[in-house]
Ligand binder design. Structure first.
Ligand SMILES: [Zn+2]
Length: 212
């Protein structure tokens, strides 16, 4: 995916992606730019559309950004450190963070990976902000649905443009996260078919279609 227009990242306020670079240089150069673009596009979508769906004003989570991979230790969330090879929304600190190794591993198969992870974790921040009646028991599948709604919505807004292969990459990423990534508990996140279906439902029915 790519940003259609070049925007000033300073408009993001505190919602800026940490620029990450591993000492070994194994992370593709473009990945950090894609992460910034994903943060920008997801934040912009929620800022522009919040009042269509929810009461009150939108407030972005803090983007703590990358850890692991020789960058810095995993951050603390509540009483414990978040897991390596994972990505997280921490409700205690109201922040989003990701292991750079997880990002780089999936990014090798396609750039859509980082967009999915950031849109999914951002959706957990949204769940933490909205009335609980909107949030179903299957919070992980709703986060996938909202990720689909936001990425496709950003494309409709012409903030993001989907490139050839992105849709296939997104499906592959959801399957990988359901089946293969060690931190993923299929009981919590749903199996591959459920995750792909939830994401696809969001792309077709938008934010409202994802709400309980
Ligand atoms: Zn999740």
């Amino acid at each position: 995916m790519a940003l259609v227009t070049v925007f000033c990242l300073l408009l993001l306020g505190h919602a800026q992606a940490a620029t990450a670079a591993t000492a070994s240089g194994r992370v593709p150069d473009d990945m950090n730019q894609d992460i910034k673009t994903a943060v920008y596009a997801v934040n912009r979508y929620w800022a522009a559309h919040w009042r269509q769906y929810f009461p009150g004003y939108y407030r972005p989570p803090y983007v703590l950004g990358a850890y692991g991979g020789g960058l810095r230790a995993a951050p603390v969330c509540g009483n414990s450190r978040v897991a390596y090879d994972n990505a997280v929304y921490c409700p205690y600190g109201d922040y989003i963070a990701w292991d750079i190794t997880l990002m780089a591993g999936g990014y090798r198969a396609g750039d859509a990976w980082v967009y999915l992870i950031i849109a999914h974790e951002w959706a957990h921040a949204v769940q933490n902000r909205i009335p609980s009646r909107f949030v179903p028991a299957a919070k992980e599948l709703q986060a996938d649905c909202l990720a689909g709604a936001v990425l496709s919505g950003a494309a409709r807004d012409r903030t993001l443009v989907f490139e050839d292969g992105d849709v296939g990459e997104l499906r592959a990423a959801l399957r990988a996260l359901a089946d293969d990534t060690p931190w993923t508990d299929t009981g919590d996140h749903g199996n591959a078919r459920q995750r792909v279906n939830a994401f696809t439902y969001g792309t077709r029915h938008g934010v409202r279609g994802c709400l309980a």
